[in-house]
Design a binder for this molecule. Sequence first.
Ligand code: RB5
Length: 154
Amino acid sequence: MHIVLAGDHSSLELRAYIAAHLGELGYSYTDLGTHSTQSTDYPLWGAAAAKVIASGEADLGIVICGTGIGISLAANSVKGIRCANCSEPYSAKMAREHNNAQMLALGARTIGPDLALTIVDAFLTSVFTPNERHARRVEELETLDAGGELPSPC
Ligand code: RB5
């Protein structure tokens, strides 16, 4: 499994902490950056990491901005990407098991480093469990992502 990391200027410290953790666990990863403390725009980094996933060059992605919100929105703008912004491990596990999310977003200013590692571990060790209803719901997300329509539930 290959993992891509990216984040804006707020993410440097947390991203380095996560990268070291991934290395200790033997994961293969690429850290796209930013490698500078200079202010930079989170959409650039969310999109860059998402494109690496969409092209198949990496299997899972972890992206970080101050809150995780902006960078998750950017990643989700790339076709085929499901990126979940999580602040606790249960959601990260569910993002894989139920939503088949390929990307995890974290907030460097909203969670501490050790909580971040528990979220990362939950995300990386969980797998999509496609029973009929979860598979159908992810297919519905894919339909929306492709610009298609879903039947109205109302
Ligand atoms: C940058 O200061 C901040 O706006 C960004 O990291 C992120 O929190 C946006 O969602």
